[in-house]
Unconditional design. Structure first.
Length: 165
């Protein structure tokens, strides 16, 4: 019974991916590992145009888009990476990233995956990316990734933005 409660507490019921709580716990582990030299990156993916799906096609269609995005993001990453729904139309990915080029490739792969699955509904993704640094805390990483995604959205969306430390 305890495992069932834990799964319910850490899983987004609509999409089946981890929720914000589970993501932040995993990010806390990545912050700890960064202090020992392991490199990780956070990408926040905010859906552009999803409000219009709900308004024009109804909430069932909007929910279907969210489930499809969760599936395509999961398919775009390794099994060891974490895809989570932070809430609303915002997702996050936490990935080990041995090389700086891996950060950019991951973020662009996520953007392209969302554009592909959302094309029929006019949905794309703005992606903000932040490296988990050795002297970071969870709040700092999330703040940088959030600021980066806001900049991507402000530049008309469907793009990746990286906010340097």
């Amino acid at each position: 019974m305890r495992q069932v409660r834990e799964a319910l507490a850490t899983t987004d019921p609509l999409t089946g991916v981890p929720n914000r709580r589970a993501f932040l716990e995993r990010l806390e582990g990545a912050v700890s590992r960064a202090g020992r030299g392991q490199r990780s990156v956070v990408c926040i993916v905010d859906l552009d145009g999803s409000e219009a799906v709900n308004d024009l096609e109804g909430h069932a269609a909007g929910d279907a888009v969210l489930r499809a995005v969760a599936g395509t993001l999961t398919a775009a990453v390794r099994g060891t990476d974490t895809v989570a729904r932070l809430g609303g139309d915002e997702f996050a990915v936490l990935a080990d990233s041995p090389l700086p080029a891996d950060d950019a490739a991951l973020a662009d792969r996520l953007r392209i995956a969302v554009a592909g699955v959302g094309a029929a509904h006019g949905v794309t993704g703005s992606v903000g990316r932040a490296l988990v640094g050795h002297d970071d805390d969870v709040a700092g990483v999330m703040h940088r990734a959030d600021a980066a995604v806001y900049r991507a959205e402000a530049a008309d969306g469907d793009r990746v933005h990286d906010l340097a430390r």
